[in-house]
Design a binder for this molecule. Sequence first.
Ligand code: KIV
Ligand code: ZN
Length: 516
Amino acid sequence: MEKIFVFDTTLRDGEQVPGACLNPREKLEIALQLARLKVDAIEAGFPVSSPGDFEAVKAIAEKVKGPTIVALARAVRKDIETAWDAIKKAEKPRIHVFLGTSDIHIRKKFGLDRDKALERGLEALKFAKSLCPDVEYSTEDASRSDPDYLVQVVGQVVAAGATVVNIPDTVGYAVPRQFGRLISYLKAKVPDIDKIVLSVHCHNDLGLATANTLSAVENGARQVECTMNGLGERAGNASLEEIVMAIKTREDYFKFFTAVNTREIMKTSKLVSRMMGMPVQANKAIVGSNAFAHSSGIHQDGILKDRATYEAIRPEDVGITEHAMVLTARSGRHALKHKISEMGYDLQEQEFEAVYNEFLSVADKKRRVYDEDVAVIVQDAIFAHLDHSKLYTLESYKVATGNGEVPEARVKLRREGVVLEASAQGAGPIDAIFKAIDGIVGADHKLEDFQVKAVTETKEAMGIATVRVSREGFRALGRGSSTDILKASAKAYVQAINRLYWLLRRNPEADIYNPK
Ligand code: KIV
Ligand code: ZN
């Protein structure tokens, strides 16, 4: 059986989702998990796009071992130099250069003709090769390009030393059989194409990204570009979990394998969803909460007789387990430390102390603390230690509400050692808390989105709140968790404000946000 290389672009194309805005530490946590998932390549970002992204890619290149670390660059010298600067310390670095091949991209985006565009692409590729031996070249909008021009471009980039050539369906326009035919056309027409890895990168605008990717694989592609939970521009990218599980489940048909440790899929999906504040739809294939839930009587009866009656994929193969080890308030530091390191987190002492204190308070209220709860507590503690997220901290809040009464909240926040407080009324208790917080920070921002979700399914479950705020085109995400959803919401709102403030302060063009 031949191997299919899995190239994960959650941290680059996936992070282009509006409002995802991960910071370097969050990106690093996700990259470490992607390494545990055993993807072959991690596209860590687009370093020239912002100083924060450069920093994130650099940290990932220095700390994440195993997968190839990829940085994206336009066919522009400055992009390529910056990409190389970010990844040069990686165990296995790769520069990924892209340039459009469709007439609409060549003429409308660049104002060039086909020959000039090819010349620019080749020059960029040669420059990238002079810095890094592993260079991927993407023919952006390939599926809407003239196939014969594509043959010419791919032929020349192969001759110029590209190690991977990627054929993107940038706007999600392709259909499976046609896309497969394009791949076999390239395989048949391009000399020496077997010397490189042929890759595909499909978007999901027509809901065909996984199908197009698999069709390409059947026709000769050997690298698949995808994202966790199918996140990405517009309708997203091909979903990693769908492609990997299709290849594994239908090994009898495809006769390929990937190196992905599928038992890490669920954990990775949850981490990405929580960090990006992008909930997974319940009926999402493989990772949706209903993906393995059987509700009809006939199905349940069948499952009880033999799971194979209605289950083609085994839940344990994607890492769905019954809550493994349940911790309680009596579990102690050692057991908690063991659990955290088993889950793959590497905490600094100060972070562990914060986790332990929060764990005790959760365990007091909830008695049984599950893996999912521990993961949320750990992630919160990590984010709380990010320097830029600490301008305000939640000291306390009180809400008075009742049937037929207008809810009123009193909130205390600490800023640089000083406790500030305000009261406000609202349409509901959370609205009142948010208004009281606004009263303290005096900020003129917009609340874009607010969601609360239970972490586990028990009655005393922890709630996780996600808040998005924006101002002057900047958007920031905040998260908070607690067994009390009012507290989770208040924490999330304060974090979102802190991050927005930090983003605005960092940008010299932004009208400086000046909280009281
Ligand atoms: O969709 C696309 O074409 C891309 C390229 C940069 C590979 O994301
Ligand atoms: Zn893309």
